[in-house]
Design a protein around this ligand. Structure first.
Ligand SMILES: [Zn+2]
Length: 284
C-alpha cells in the first residue's frame, strides 16, 4: 500500500513529526470534499428555489386580494346599474303613457335587444341588452313628442290680440248693407295700433292689401290650417316669412271696409272658414 509521508517541523519546539497518510485516506478525503461541495450546491439551489416560490406566492396572494377588491367594486357597480335601469324603465313607461304610446310589457323589456356584446357574464349581458332596448324606446318617445310638439305648435290656440269680441262667427246683419251675411271670422276690438301676434307657428303666404279687407295677413300653419288677420294699420311681416306663436306680425287698425279699429280674425281649415273660437284655448 502506497502512503504519503509528511514531515512536520514545529519551529519553537525543535521537534519533527512524521505523518504517514495512506492513499486511500487521501482519495476518501477528496471524494468527501467533492461530495460536500455538491451537497452544498444542491442545498443552495433548493434554498433559492424555495425563496423564489415564496416570492411568487406572496405576489399571487397580493394579486388575488386586489382582484377580490375589484370584483366587489364591479359587483356593487352592477347593482347600482340594475337599480338605475329599473328606475329608467319605470320613467319610460310614464313617458309612454303621457305621450300616448303603447306600454311595453316587462317580459319584453327583460328580453332586451340582441346583437353582438363584449365578452361579459350572462347577468351583465342581460343588463346591457335591457339598456339597449331602453335607448331605442326613449328614442321612439322623443320622436313622438317632437311630432306632438310640432302639431301643437301649429294649432291656432291663442288670441291674436287682447280685446273684446264684438262680432262672432256665423250669419249676421252686415253693418254696411243691413243684409244677412255670413261672417267668416270674429271681430276683436282693441285700441288702434295694438300689436297683433301670430296664433301659431307657420309661414306667411299673404301680406298686403285686399279689397274689402284692407291691410291683411294670411299664415299657413300646415295640415290645411290657415289664419287670416284683416283691417290692420301696418304689416310687420312679408310673404315667405316663418313665424312662431306670439310673434308680432301687424298692428290693429281700420283699413278696408271697416267701421272702426278692430281686428277681423279668421281660421280656414282645408279651404273652409271655421269658427276660430273652437281652436282658442287661452283665456281672453
Ligand atoms: Zn269681421
Amino acid at each position: 500500500m502506497k502512503r504519503l509521508q509528511v514531515l512536520v517541523a514545529l519551529k519553537h519546539h525543535n521537534r519533527l513529526f512524521n505523518l504517514s497518510i495512506p492513499d486511500v485516506a487521501i482519495y476518501l478525503g477528496g471524494f468527501l470534499v467533492v461530495g460536500l461541495l455538491v451537497l452544498a450546491g444542491y442545498l443552495g439551489q433548493l434554498y433559492i428555489d424555495k425563496s423564489t416560490d415564496y416570492g411568487k406566492l406572496n405576489r399571487l396572494i397580493q394579486e388575488n386580494y386586489q382582484l377580490k377588491n375589484r370584483l366587489a367594486t364591479y359587483a356593487a357597480a352592477v347593482d347600482t346599474f340594475r337599480g338605475f335601469l329599473a328606475r329608467t324603465e319605470e320613467m319610460d313607461n310614464r313617458l309612454r303613457c303621457a305621450s300616448g304610446l303603447r306600454l311595453i310589457p316587462a317580459e319584453v323589456r327583460l328580453m332586451g335587444i340582441g346583437g353582438p356584446l363584449p365578452a361579459v357574464n350572462e347577468e351583465v349581458g342581460n343588463l346591457l341588452r335591457r339598456a339597449r332596448f331602453e335607448e331605442s324606446s326613449l328614442s321612439e318617445i322623443e320622436k313622438s313628442l317632437d311630432k306632438q310638439k310640432y302639431r301643437l305648435g301649429h294649432i291656432p290656440s291663442i288670441w291674436p290680440v287682447q280685446g273684446w269680441v264684438t262680432s262672432g262667427f256665423g250669419l249676421r246683419r252686415d253693418p254696411f248693407t243691413d243684409q244677412h251675411r255670413m261672417h267668416n271670422g270674429i271681430d276683436i276690438v282693441a285700441p288702434y295700433g295694438t300689436a297683433i301676434v301670430a296664433v301659431a307657428d307657420g309661414r306667411v303666404i299673404f301680406s298686403g292689401w285686399k279689397s274689402g279687407w284692407g291691410r291683411c295677413i294670411e299664415i299657413d300653419h300646415g295640415n290645411g290650417v290657415h289664419t287670416f288677420y284683416a283691417h290692420c294699420s301696418s304689416l310687420r311681416v312679408k310673404i315667405g316669412d316663418r313665424v312662431t306663436r306670439g310673434k308680432k306680425i301687424a298692428n290693429l287698425g281700420s283699413s278696408g271696409r271697416s267701421t272702426g279699429a278692430h281686428l277681423h280674425y279668421g281660421v280656414k281649415r282645408k279651404g273652409n272658414w271655421v269658427n276660430p273660437r273652437n281652436y282658442i284655448i287661452s283665456p281672453l
